[in-house]
Design a protein around this ligand. Structure first.
Ligand code: M6R
Length: 366
């Protein structure tokens, strides 16, 4: 049932070219520049004209929401607020009739997310679900939405569900932006094409598995890790840190790279590995100077970069090189090596990566 893999987590990481393909199939026609999502079409006017969009989720799904915030604001010019479902539901949030709320959940059963949208629905909000488990409570409660079609995810650590969430959210944003006219035809068609290329590019990235296993050997005894990124890659830094925490029990923090100098840089010494999610984007040069700041304090820099980048060994101790992709698409690639790194460190330390201690696959208690 693990399809020849040692663990479900590894199997699910390796399924991603297929699961992303399944998620795009029947929806994205890159040649015609068409995105078909019936659930979203039904509420397209409301989404387009929304004063703001709220996204509620927990854990990894919340990280997908953060990436979506950057994408929706950039492409659709609609303000987005991303909320931890647990915080949102308890603080008497301001929800008006007709507000658009996107709930993101792999299991569709997360108690806090479920109650958060139940309350918002009573106040007249339109609930769109981005859910993996078909027929789950959150999907049933939503007015409409789009399934992620990643198939059952058994490993407690969410991997393939996350990239499928990003694929769905990107399609929704592109669809709305196209309809609203906030994206040029040219950019829209470039992004549709790039989205269609993601499964092949993810397959490319997975070839790095052996070299990432060696990196895991090298760094597995560290007590702490930092993960840094900017822009679209900032939520990926958070996700990389979460994966490491839950699978390898190593303390890890994700941070916006530029915030380092406002405190966390005090942690840096020769024992601290710092993973930079630094694929080629508008922030790249800035991130490279953040790397230099870490290096100058003797931190160990592991840099996730794009083919053709010139991050020299004097700046990075180790590099992970990804195929080029538009910055909006890049998170679906840059998260893959971080999933693999957490997996291999967990395995190297002898832990049960499919069932990490203290964790349940779906959190149905408050
Ligand atoms: O099923 P959901 O997406 O609603 O679950 C939310 C979180 O519990 C989940 O993403 C959790 O953070 C994962 N174990 C992360 O790998």
């Amino acid at each position: 049932e693990k399809g020849g893999y040692d663990h479900f987590m590894l199997k699910e990481i390796f399924e991603q070219p297929q699961t992303i393909y399944d998620c795009l199939r029947g929806r994205l026609d890159a040649d015609k520049g068409m995105i078909t999502m019936s659930g979203i079409e039904k509420y397209a006017e409301q989404i387009m004209n929304a004063n703001r969009i709220m996204i509620v989720a927990c854990g990894t799904s919340w990280h997908a929401g953060l990436v979506a915030e950057y994408i929706f604001e950039e492409l659709c010019r609609i303000p987005v607020e991303v909320e931890y479902a647990s915080e949102f539901r308890y603080r008497n949030p301001v929800v008006h009739q007709g507000d658009v709320i996107i709930a993101i959940s792999q299991s569709g059963e997360t108690a806090d997310t479920l109650v958060a949208i139940e309350n918002a629905k009573e106040n007249g909000a339109i609930i769109l679900g981005v859910v993996n488990a078909v027929g789950s409570s959150i999907s049933r409660l939503s007015h409409a939405g789009a399934y992620t079609h990643a198939g059952p995810e058994i490993g407690v650590a969410s991997t393939k569900a996350f990239t499928a969430q990003l694929a769905v959210l990107t399609m929704i944003a592109l669809k709305i932006a196209h309809k609203k006219g906030t994206i040029s035809i040219e950019k829209y068609s470039i992004l549709c094409k790039e989205l269609a290329e993601v499964p092949d590019k993810v397959a490319e990235v997975l070839k790095l598995d052996d070299s990432i296993r060696l990196l895991a050997e090298k760094y597995k005894d560290a007590y702490d890790f930092l993960y840094l990124g900017r822009g679209y890659n900032f939520p990926i830094a958070l996700e990389g840190a979460l994966k490491l925490k839950e699978i390898s029990y190593i303390h890890a923090e994700g941070y916006p790279a530029a915030e380092m100098k406002h405190g966390p840089i005090a942690l840096v010494d020769e024992h601290l590995p710092v993973v930079f999610v630094a694929t080629k984007d508008a922030y790249h040069e800035k991130v490279v100077s953040n790397m230099q700041e870490i290096k100058a304090r003797k931190g160990k820099v592991i840099a996730v970069i794009t083919e053709g980048d010139t991050v020299t060994p004097s700046i990075a101790d180790d590099v992970i090189i990804l195929p080029p992709a538009h910055e909006i698409i890049a998170p679906m690639l840059s998260v893959i090596p971080l999933q693999l790194l957490a997996y291999h460190i967990g395995v190297a330390k002898g832990y049960d990566v499919d069932k990490p201690r203290n964790l349940a696959k779906s959190v149905t208690v408050e």
